[in-house]
Design a protein around this ligand. Structure first.
Ligand code: ADP
Ligand code: MG
Length: 262
């Protein structure tokens, strides 16, 4: 579905992404791991249209999408969430969800004036959709809460919910499990799996939590120093000598689980 072909992105002298290549199969939940500074987030930013790469290509279903702006990728069903959740803190959870759909009729003042009934119908459709997302993610108890009052984990869940308001095909999740308690993490991983199984989503997941990666992702791609180090099942990559080497000296928190508990 996605082909990342020899992407380079240099910030001055820093080779944040330094010739990364891999593919993402439709219907997979592909993991992307690697020590801090490996270039994972930067690569997401390239794929999702926030940065133009120094060189290389990104293909979506064989079509070159390199350098397309985020809103055009959004229209094609390619979405990403952010490592730091970026909710509208003074709006309720429900209103945060309703903000998402692009090209809402009601945003056009002339339309509101000429076709008020059409606008109402559209708003109702979006409200229904938000309700469906709230139900799917089981966040009814916080639907009317201001998003700013949510816990870190609930904000991550809201981020995931925002990707459900449009017809997403592939979603890039940047550390959706970071700082999330175990119970909520189960809800998040369960929702990701159901979105894949029931809605045909494809996911690419950056994550430090190796238990979550093992539970959720196949295959797992490992990046280090801007390049792809290896790819395989979670167990394969976590027992790979080069991978263990790459994680050494980056702090216990980021080591593969097998290492950390050793
Ligand atoms: N906007 C930027 N300007 C300069 N350097 C950057 C920028 N963004 C990231 N970097 C650098 O690029 C490297 C990769 O960072 P990043 O993609 O955030 O890694 P990861 O997400 O794998 O931890 C790091 O050395 C980081 O300091
Ligand atoms: Mg990152």
């Amino acid at each position: 579905m996605i082909t990342v072909d020899d992407i380079h992105l240099h910030f001055g002298g820093i080779r944040a992404v330094d010739g990364a290549s891999f593919t993402i199969e439709r219907g997979s939940i592909t993991g992307l791991i690697g020590p801090n500074g490996a270039g994972k987030t930067t690569l997401f930013n390239v794929i999702a249209g926030h940065y133009r790469p120094t060189s290389g290509q990104v293909l979506l279903d064989g079509e070159n999408i390199t350098g397309l702006p985020p809103h055009e990728l959004f229209d094609r069903g390619l979405l990403r969430t952010f490592q730091i959740a970026h909710e509208f803190s003074s709006l309720t959870v429900r209103d945060n969800l309703m903000m998402v759909p692009a090209g809402q009729l009601g945003e056009n003042l002339l339309q509101t004036w000429v076709y008020p009934s059409k606008v109402r119908a559209e708003e109702e459709r979006i409200r229904d959709k938000a309700e469906e997302v709230i139900e799917f993610l089981e966040i009814g108890h916080v639907a009317d809460e201001l998003a700013g009052n949510l816990s870190g984990g609930q904000k991550k869940l809201l981020e995931l919910g925002r990707t459900m308001m449009v017809d997403a095909k592939i979603v890039f999740l940047d550390e959706v499990g970071a700082g999330v308690n175990r119970t909520l993490l189960k809800t998040i991983t369960g929702s990701i799996r159901r979105l894949r199984d029931e809605r045909g989503y494809t996911f690419c997941v950056i994550e430090h939590d190796m238990d979550m990666i093992r539970d959720l992702c196949d295959p797992v791609i490992v990046m280090a120093e801007g390049k792809v180090l290896c790819e395989g099942t979670a167990d394969e990559v976590m027992s790979n000598e080069q991978v263990i080497e790459a994680y050494l000296g980056t702090g216990l928190k980021n080591k593969p689980a097998a290492e950390a508990s050793a």
